[in-house]
Design a protein around this ligand. Structure first.
Ligand code: FE
Ligand code: FE
Ligand code: ZN
Length: 284
């Protein structure tokens, strides 16, 4: 089955139930949520998320996989400011329980930024953090996302992710989330050589490690290191290449998640609306 969805919100009275309703409104059969605002670490208690109601609605519609994304402000790679690093560790620890409590197996994480200390130091710090967090009985996988390489981001090269795997004690709890916009911005040729990308990924990490695909076009040319997502077909990658990633036989069982930008509403251009229903229909 083609697993396709988008990131959806989680707020208001309905919380997680609202997330599932939103996903269904797009015709999705999987989805991704942040457990609160992606730019802060304030979170509600599990019992306030309407989890049983959400699970019942998912079961009714045959949705059995979804993904949680950790907030992008946490940084395990910060070797300069101990409180930033400590916050990342303690937040992730709780985010793992929240993800498991909601019923997700996969928690996507931006590996981190070295904030000027160099990739070697950043990777060391990230590994230190993962070794503090991951145990043999950790109930979810942490999926390291491939990054665009803007600023001092770690993880724009598969080699860096492979190094994190090598040094993490419970690397069996790690997975990878590949992001098409990020790989293209990092310099990989998503347009003409996605098979080549998968081959080098397979050599370094193993294709079975891909637990999620973020499907986004890019507003910038290959190698730009910018990380600005575009709607499918409106960017430099183009619809055809993205369609081929979405339907690549090696990734059949992997959820594809759209993180494309909201677009002006056809009725009221002042208002922005989600493009996901149309993009999912185009891909299906
Ligand atoms: Fe991300
Ligand atoms: Fe992404
Ligand atoms: Zn991005």
């Amino acid at each position: 089955m083609f697993l396709i969805g988008s990131h959806v919100g989680m707020s208001g009275k309905d919380m997680f139930l609202g997330s599932v309703k939103e996903a269904l409104s797009y015709g999705a059969n999987t989805f991704m949520v942040y457990t609160g605002a992606p730019q802060n670490t304030r979170r509600k208690e599990l019992e306030d998320l309407k989890i049983p109601e959400a699970k019942a609605l998912m079961a009714e519609h045959g949705i059995d996989q979804f993904i949680v994304h950790a907030p992008y402000i946490i940084n395990l790679g910060n070797a300069v400011n101990p409180s930033t690093y400590e916050l990342a560790v303690s937040f992730l620890d709780k985010e793992i329980s929240r993800s498991a409590g909601m019923g997700s197996q996969v928690l996507v994480l931006h590996p981190g930024s070295h904030v000027g200390e160099g990739a070697k130091t950043g990777i060391k710090k990230i590994v230190e953090g993962l070794n503090q967090i991951l145990r043999a009985d950790t109930p979810v996988y942490i999926a390291l996302e491939t990054m665009a390489g803007k600023g001092s981001e770690i993880g724009s090269r598969f080699e860096e992710l492979a190094e994190i795997y090598e040094k993490t004690v419970h690397s069996e709890k790690l997975r990878v989330c590949i992001d098409t916009c990020h790989m293209h911005d990092a310099g990989y040729d998503v347009i003409h050589d996605f098979d080549g990308i998968l081959t080098s990924f397979d050599k370094l990490l193993g294709i079975s490690q891909i637990a999620a695909v973020h499907l986004n076009d890019s507003k910038n040319p290959q190698g730009a290191h910018k990380d600005r997502h575009a709607n499918l077909g409106d960017g430099y990658i183009g619809f055809e290449a993205l369609y081929n990633v979405a339907h690549h036989p090696a990734l059949e069982a992997v959820p594809k998640i759209l993180e494309t930008p909201y677009i002006p509403s056809p009725e009221n251009p002042e208002k922005k609306v989600a493009p996901y229903k149309e993009e999912i229909a185009k891909l299906s």
